[in-house]
Design a protein around this ligand. Structure first.
Ligand SMILES: *Cc1c(COP(=O)(O)O)cnc(C)c1O
Length: 397
């Protein structure tokens, strides 16, 4: 074998220096104003049998803690557990159910949630009934002896139905020995516009991907509760299913939250202007926005929430062909799923979020080819209205 070439001898300890110089864990007590992104996956422990606040990055992370504290507080809740997506948060909640339990959910849930609940309940032999809880007696009748959870969203998407959270909670309390867990997905309104825990809900779920982060650049979720037992179960799902968010994403959402109030005011103002414009337009059949007095649950909406976000829907006059022409003519509304970012988006539930439902089931729900869902963004309202106006004209060509 050939000898390696004999270069100069380097002084000893290079690798050790690279690992330890300036890196003392004790020093991280700076008084920075913005929460730092702590990426460390493990934390030095004070002694053999005494552990610090953080042990490993999956169980706990300082950047994540900052966000969880803030989110719990915004909902006037005690505990918040974050997840790597909104779907992860929903999964953590439904994983509390056991075979032979029964779940009642509302119709017109987020498409991904409907799909998840159906598949999950089928696989684990959990009973599942879907009701339209705008009819409260439908909900009451659906409750069985083994019902362990009720899962709703309000307002619903894309049909923008408003459900009476306090009334549903009151019904569930009459089955008091059953301890039915009442879950509300509050993604559409955020705690800025609606606080379900105050209305008798046990767990509030969020896709932080939407308004809470608000910049179309993070996928993340959260669940908030006042009940320590439920918190333990959520925490178990977070840590031991490993569906944890990254410290960077936690930082991003924490940053987004700082402007939640002003962003939501902007979405609310723009969406109401757009809704009023569309309602007055001859090429629009019907507009679904809780801020309009024509909305079937307008009175409930203004009693229950503090405002409405940028999510709304409308029925265009015409068929799929007119819908396609309308969408193609738009300049500012981008055709994409999801919502809650500053950019205005438009989607067609029949081909995007609800494509997995059989056509007749969609028809029955009112999800037809001329139903259009808008996520009204933060552009100038005039630009949005002019854009819709010109595209409506072209839709009938
Ligand atoms: C988007 C959304 C979800 C799923 O969230 P992801 O972060 O995309 O997994 C759940 N519920 C509602 C109401 C949503 O809009």
């Amino acid at each position: 074998m050939e000898e390696p070439p004999r270069f100069r001898q380097r002084s000893k300890g290079f690798a050790t220096k690279a690992l330890h110089t300036g890196q003392d864990p004790e020093q991280w007590k700076s008084r920075c104003i913005v929460a730092p992104i702590i990426t460390s996956t493990t934390f030095e422990q004070p002694s053999l049998d005494k552990f610090g606040e953080f042990i490993n990055g999956r169980e706990g992370n300082p950047t994540r803690n900052v966000l969880e504290k803030c989110l719990a507080h915004l909902d006037a809740g005690e505990h918040c557990v974050t997840f790597s997506s909104g779907t992860g948060a929903v999964m953590a909640v439904v994983s509390m159910l056991k075979p032979k339990d029964h779940l009642v959910c509302s119709s017109d849930l987020y498409g991904g949630t409907t799909y998840l609940l159906r598949k999950h309940c089928e696989h684990y032999e959990i009973g599942l009934d879907t009701v339209d809880p705008t009819e409260l007696d439908q909900l009451q009748k659906a409750i069985k002896k083994n019902t362990k959870m009720v899962f709703i969203e309000t307002p619903t998407n894309p049909l923008i139905k408003v459900l009476d959270i306090a009334a549903i909670s009151k019904i569930l309390k009459t089955f008091d020995s059953q301890n039915i867990i009442f879950v509300v997905d509050n993604t559409l309104l955020t705690p800025y516009f609606q606080r379900p825990l105050d209305l008798g809900v046990d767990i509030v779920v969020y896709s932080l991907t939407k308004y809470m982060n608000g910049h179309t650049d993070v996928t993340m979720g959260a669940a908030i509760t006042n009940c320590p037992k439920l918190e333990q179960k959520l925490k178990f799902a977070q840590v031991f299913s490993g569906i944890v968010p990254s410290p960077f994403d936690c930082y991003q959402v924490n940053r987004g939250i700082k402007t939640l109030a002003v962003r939501m005011e902007g979405h609310a103002k723009n969406s109401l202007m757009v809704a009023r414009f569309l309602e007055s337009h001859p090429l629009v059949e019907r507009v679904l926005h809780p801020g309009l007095p024509s909305h079937p649950q307008h009175k409930l909406a203004i009693r229950q929430s503090f405002g409405h976000s940028g999510i709304m829907s409308f029925y265009l006059k015409g068929n799929k062909d007119n819908t396609a022409k309308f969408m193609k003519a738009l300049k500012y509304f981008l055709f994409a799923s999801s919502f809650g970012g500053p950019e205005s988006l438009i989607s067609t539930p029949t081909t995007l979020s609800h494509a997995f439902l059989p056509a007749e089931e969609r028809e029955k729900l009112g999800i037809t080819d001329n139903l259009i869902r808008l996520s009204v963004g933060l552009e100038d309202a005039d630009c949005l209205i002019n854009d819709l106006d010109q595209a409506l004209k072209l839709s009938q060509r």
